[in-house]
Ligand binder design. Structure first.
Ligand SMILES: *[C@@H]1O[C@H](CO)[C@@H](O)[C@H](O)[C@H]1NC(C)=O
Ligand SMILES: *[C@@H]1O[C@H](CO)[C@@H](O)[C@H](O)[C@H]1NC(C)=O
Length: 357
């Protein structure tokens, strides 16, 4: 009977002692020391820690899960599957001559990489318009702890923004992160994606857990935008030469081109470059290129065709040269004839001697 009474008393004391932790003092001398001083554990993984209390003191551990081994000044604790999101694990001992306990809490970060990371354009489907604002939304599901989450949104290799939650939940939660952006023509065909990274500090795993979303691509309607000048200079071309008028533009959808030409000219074209291989006088005048896409731009060209005087000049030169040659040869033969006659008179020899050649 006395044995069972003692047993009951001891059990009761144990219960009282365990309850006594709630009256625990954290500002005490000789606080119990955990090894390691904190834990970073992935949900469902195993974990362990030890605690040492002051010499001659009796170390005790309060924990909602796992196995403990209280062995004088050292307490060992381990668990095969860590599944408690906010575990209250405390190591303590009774302060001599009081009812208070000196205790230390083991900081535990239990983490879970996100189950889903996805990206979308908020309230938008299909092609977007240039110079307009849209919102990217990165959806991250079932991640813990959310305060350690760093969400980043990228366009190709370019970082567009870092986003963080203000929530302090320790259990897994889902959150949608938004980022506004304004489209430019360079965004046509761009790839957007989102990255979720848990930053767990030096006690965390060597490579922090990272989950990436799939890429989404954007179609942006833009332009048409002219590649050349909107107000081209007067085009001067010589009759018979090649005439080329260029109103190339870029855009999505691809620009379409129609031309209006001077009434005398009959060149029809529906490309960005109008070519006339041999210009005639009638081709001079006003040309307009209408570039159409999301809007229509008109480029006006004025073409001035100059007469081609080169053949006349060449003919003139030839005539002059021939005339000159004729004049020179006539003059020379006249001179020679005179000289010959004079020689004939002076020497009295036959004219054949002199003028036969
Ligand atoms: C995005 O823009 C909308 C409309 O201008 C604004 O209401 C919203 O707060 C912006 N969101 C962010 C994340 O900046
Ligand atoms: C037309 O003009 C654009 C812009 O100046 C230029 O890039 C392109 O090479 C030109 N095309 C031709 C065939 O000259």
């Amino acid at each position: 009977m006395s044995v069972s009474y003692v047993f009951l008393l001891i059990s009761l004391m144990n219960v009282l002692r365990d309850f006594g932790v709630s009256g625990c003092v954290e500002q005490c001398k000789d606080k119990p020391v955990f090894m390691p001083p904190s834990l970073v554990v992935m949900y469902g993984d195993s974990a362990s820690a030890s605690c040492v209390v002051c010499n001659g003191c009796e170390g005790r551990l309060e924990t909602p899960l796992g196995d403990k081994e209280e062995n004088g000044t050292i307490v060992h604790w381990k668990v095969d599957r860590m599944t408690e999101w906010d575990p209250n694990i405390q190591c303590y001992y009774l302060i001599d001559g009081t009812d208070d306990h000196c205790c230390t809490k083991l900081p535990v970060t239990l983490y879970q990489p996100p189950k889903v990371v996805s990206i979308s354009f908020l309230n938008h489907n299909g092609p977007m318009l240039e110079a307009s604002q849209y919102t990217l939304e990165c959806n991250i599901e079932n991640v813990a702890p959310i305060k350690n989450l760093n969400a980043t949104i990228y366009k190709g290799e370019t970082l567009l923004g870092h986003l963080q939650s203000s929530s302090q939940h320790k259990k897994p939660v889902s959150e949608k992160f938004q980022l506004n952006f304004t489209t430019t023509e360079k965004d046509d065909g761009a790839q957007y994606w989102c990255k979720a990274e848990l930053q767990l500090g030096p006690d965390g795993p060597e490579s922090p857990p990272v989950v990436k979303s799939e890429n989404i691509s954007s179609t942006v309607y833009y332009g048409p935008r002219l590649l050349g000048p909107a107000n081209p200079d007067l085009v001067t071309v010589t009759e018979g030469d090649v005439l080329q008028l260029n109103c190339s533009a870029v855009g999505n959808p691809s620009p379409l081109y129609t031309w209006t030409v001077p009434s005398g000219s009959a060149h029809l074209d529906n490309g960005s470059i109008l070519t006339i291989d041999s210009v005639r006088f009638e081709d001079g005048g006003k040309y307009a290129c209408h570039v159409s896409g999301n809007r229509t731009i008109t480029v006006d060209f004025t073409v001035n065709v100059q007469g081609n005087y080169l053949p006349y000049i060449i003919l003139g030169v030839i005539i002059s040269v021939v005339g000159l040659l004729i004049a020179v040869s006539v003059g020379y033969s006249q001179y020679y004839k005179q000289k010959c006659t004079r020689q004939y008179i002076l020497t009295g020899t036959g004219a054949a001697h002199c003028c036969s050649h």
